[in-house]
Design a protein around this ligand. Structure first.
Ligand code: GAL
Length: 456
């Protein structure tokens, strides 16, 4: 079986098992908004200042609008979204775009606000949602979505999207959302000038990481930048540590019940993570992911482990890949691509359904994706995307996605249901502070049981 088939199969298994179990900011300053902005401000991370923001609930009541809901407010991610809006506006100048955003990386604030709106019967016309369990377990199983299978059939998308991506968007014979990108979560970004000045190179193992980190610390440099004012960023770092410790097969098994959460490998991963925390910036709990990336850009820290939306961030502040910043797989994960995918949905009861369908048609097209992804820091899942539009990092991500083992991201909706991710984040909140390995491991094992994937 080819590697591609292997990952398709493993993603399918993960999906099937969980479905069976269910059976039942500050620097998040984006480029100028290209459209009317209905941003909502939330605790912890400031949203964009709004221009003529409509009162909540009024955003989508106009005659000819498209309200699109996301958490893309930081440099890079907002630029990508604005680029897609620009293409949309050229095609449909009469449709007013309402850019509804709730700041907070990984949807840490946006998802809760969205849930409230959906429960109140006030869906946007389309919203950002991660492929995999987040889409299926949260929204599709709850009967809140319309299938978009017809868009795949009418636009010939079945021929250009990888079957593995279609599979994790599928349920009961239908496809339920339009994938706009593929992101990689297990990337270490670093400051090349700091590395050179200290005679170190990107660490490929955890042993090397701690050697490099000690050298940097002794030189007065913060080795690792972390911005976990949304706890997801710690979960994000930890998923890379789990992968680097257990390897792809062991890591995948964590989400299917095949890998024991009480194993010595998980203990080692927790110990490694706790040790890494000795090398992070003291103010990590106050910073956002992009503020942590900025520390690396400014030379105030040497490395950060973040998804490749950081590539979008770095290029949005005019740094060039390989020059202003370097990149490498996070320690122990060379040859593995921890993937996630952002998709755009069609909720039931979308107030401007026709406009939503126009939007989704563009979002799934080559034109829309090649406008969006080079700025977003992601690659297009489409097999016909124009490689020449993508920078050196993104081209390396394309090559890695085509050749590496693929594993699903926990922090970004691919590996586990939202309930499980929330339980996991709660464990991480305590662990980051108390570094109690035994308690964290017990909490993680219990979360797997509570998710219905692990036995008692
Ligand atoms: C992820 C999302 C990315 C990026 C990141 C930081 O969950 O998939 O597109 O936006 O959060 O906000």
């Amino acid at each position: 079986m080819s590697k591609k088939m292997l990952w398709l199969t493993s993603l399918l298994v993960i999906l099937a098992l969980t479905l069976a179990a269910c059976g039942g900011a500050a620097t998040e300053e984006a480029a100028e908004p290209a459209v009317e902005d209905a941003a909502t401000t939330n605790e912890g991370e400031a949203a964009q200042p709004t221009e003529a923001a409509p009162a909540e609930g009024e955003a989508a009541t106009g005659e000819n609008q498209l309200e699109f809901y996301s958490w893309w407010t930081a440099g890079g991610e907002a630029d990508g979204l604005n680029a897609m809006y620009e293409v949309f506006k050229q095609k449909y100048p009469d449709i007013e775009i309402v850019n509804a955003t709730v700041a907070g990386g990984a949807g840490s604030n946006a998802k809760a606000v969205l849930a409230t709106r959906m429960q109140a019967g006030d869906p946007p016309d389309s919203f950002q949602v991660h492929a995999g369990h987040e889409l299926i377990d949260t929204w599709v199983v709850a009967d809140k979505m319309e299938p978009v299978t017809f868009l795949f059939d009418e636009n010939g998308w079945r021929d250009v999207y990888p079957q593995g991506v279609i599979d994790i968007l599928s349920y009961n014979g239908d496809i339920w959302s339009v994938p706009v990108n593929i992101h990689r979560s297990n990337v270490m970004w670093y400051n090349p000038a700091i590395f050179e000045a200290n005679g170190v190179t990107a660490p490929t193992t955890f042993d090397e990481f701690f050697t490099v980190a000690d050298t940097l610390k002794a030189a007065g440099v913060t080795p690792l930048a972390l911005g976990d004012n949304g706890i997801w960023a710690s979960t994000h770092l930890f998923e890379s540590v789990l992968l680097g410790t257990l390897g792809p097969e062991g890591y995948r098994g964590l989400w299917t019940g095949e890998t024991d959460w009480n194993s010595a490998e998980v203990t080692t991963a927790l110990e490694t993570f706790a040790r890494m925390l000795d090398y992070v910036n003291e103010d990590h709990a106050a910073l956002t992911w992009d503020q942590a990336a900025q520390l690396v850009a400014d030379g105030d820290a040497a490395m950060t482990i973040m998804g490749d939306w950081a590539n979008g961030y770095f290029t949005s502040i005019d740094l060039a890949p390989g020059e202003g910043y370097g990149y490498a797989p996070s320690p122990g994960t060379d040859g593995v691509f921890m993937m996630l995918s952002d998709t755009f949905s069609l909720p039931k009861g979308a107030p401007h359904r026709d406009n939503a369908i126009k939007w989704l048609t563009l979002a799934g097209s080559k034109e829309g994706q090649d406008a969006f992804n080079p700025l977003k820091g992601s690659i297009s899942p489409r097999s016909d995307s124009d490689r020449s539009l993508y920078d050196a990092y993104l081209q390396s991500a394309m090559d890695a996605f085509a050749s590496n083992e693929i594993t699903p991201s926990l922090a970004h909706g691919a590996a586990a249901s939202e309930g499980w991710v929330t339980a996991f984040n709660d464990v991480m909140t305590l662990f980051v502070t108390n570094k109690d390995v035994a308690a964290a491991q017990a909490g993680m094992a219990q979360a797997c049981v509570d998710a219905g994937v692990c036995g008692q």
